[in-house]
Design a protein around this ligand. Sequence first.
Ligand SMILES: [Fe+2]
Length: 141
Amino acid sequence: MQTMKKYELTKEYLTGIDMIDKEHAKLFDLANECYELVMDDASTDHYDRIVELIDELRDYAATHFAHEEEYMERVQYERRFSERYQHLRFIQKLSEVDLDSVDENQQEYLLGILDFLARWLYGHIKGMDCRIPKEEDAAAK
Ligand SMILES: [Fe+2]
């Protein structure tokens, strides 16, 4: 299978907080993996693997959010509650994904999910996460 890096965590999406950036990179990896499978030769059925990957993404996102929220709590980041709200919405949205009921246009449906995912990742990371202060800066305030 050809590797297509569809979603890239470029420099402008780095928060500068090591743990958070590493976990964001993993979320992007998972999204890329889903994308590759969705775009791969349709004669091979990747459906089960894709469903599995979306579950994995949701679980990993939940773990990551917990870490990020813990960090924000520690540095007493003032926007941590709106962060938390967006995290909850994300998990909620991914939990609503009902792949079992999708028979027709499977690929289209999955691409829709990926599109949501990518827009959320880019939007949330740049709009929210990049404003989270580094520990040393938060302490200096
Ligand atoms: Fe976040």
